[in-house]
Write a protein that binds this ligand. Structure first.
Ligand code: FE2
Length: 293
């Protein structure tokens, strides 16, 4: 029998899970109960978890194969499936220079509403963010669920959006902020991807697949596509569709990486340390566009 308790966190988004210690092997019953809660709530919070990198990986692998992160300086303790989400330089253990182009692109990118890896042809299924060192002020993460935002769109608007294809490009954040592009051989590893604007989910639901990696809409002028994407972002991030997580070290937040956008809130980049570890469950198939009879 499962030992966990699921408590909804906000009216429509997220739940808190208690009654399991993620540092220990997950029982089949608890794995199933967490999977069910994830399907229902799309964002799960586990508090007071004190995990080694190996334990974080072991928990994450219950939900599928993990993505690799190619840059060794971003890996946690040499684990290629664990990304350091941080302003701390691993080599020196000091704060990274705020104006370094790579770090600036990271902070600008993560502080805007985004979906991790939305530029991949096979979008990622879930991300697990685990807090290790957090600022005493700021640095919260906001989450917005585009499933419930989609549900709130008028029928006529949904139909207008059904067949649209959006280009997602990792370079977009750099372009938008006038930062130098990454070298061509690095860009080649993550070419732009075509994604349906509305993703048909497994469990009979639909979600808007948007966020800051969006670079335009096929068949629309740049300005028109940008205006529509901005409008949908504004709509989807209204308070009734969002959840704000105020981190404590030891928090694990697992979220659906198709329909939950997120962004980091400001904190003192010059004085405060912020370190989270992220694993990401790889997608196995392209997103399904809307299925109509
Ligand atoms: Fe992210």
């Amino acid at each position: 029998m499962s030992t966990i308790t699921v408590t909804a966190s906000a009216p429509d988004i997220g739940a808190e899970i208690t009654g399991t210690d993620l540092s220990e092997p997950l029982t089949a019953e608890n794995r199933a109960a967490i999977g069910d809660a994830f399907d229902t709530y799309r964002l799960l919070v586990f508090r007071d978890q004190f995990l080694t990198v190996d334990q974080h990986v072991a928990f994450s692998e219950h939900f599928g194969r993990l993505e690799d992160f190619p840059d060794p300086k971003d890996m946690a303790d040499g684990h290629k499936t664990v990304l350091r989400v941080t302003n701390i330089d691993r080599a020196t253990n000091r704060l990274k220079p705020v104006d370094d182009p790579g770090h600036k692109s990271f902070t600008l990118g993560t502080s805007d509403w985004h979906i991790d890896s939305s530029f991949r042809t096979l979008p990622s299924k879930a991300s697990m963010l685990y807090a290790i060192e957090m600022p005493t002020e700021g640095g919260d993460t906001m989450f917005a669920d585009t499933t419930i935002a989609y549900d709130a769109l008028p029928d006529a608007r949904r139909r207008e959006l059904e067949r649209l294809v959006v280009i997602h490009d990792f370079e977009e954040t750099r372009r938008r902020h006038g930062l130098p592009p990454r070298p061509p051989e690095v860009q080649a590893a993550t070419p732009p991807a075509r994604q349906p604007l509305i993703a048909q989910r497994d469990h009979d639901r639909r979600a808007l697949f948007i966020g800051s990696h969006t670079a335009g809409i096929e068949g629309m002028e740049d300005a028109e596509g940008r205006a529509l994407l901005d409008e949908l972002k504004e709509f989807s991030t209204q308070p009734q569709f969002t959840y704000r997580h105020r981190w404590q070290p030891g928090d694990m937040v697992m979220f659906d990486n198709i329909c939950v956008m997120h962004k980091a809130m400001p904190y003192d980049l010059y004085g405060a340390r912020r370190l989270l570890h992220r694993t990401t469950v790889a997608g196995q198939a392209p997103l399904l566009a809307v299925q109509t009879a």
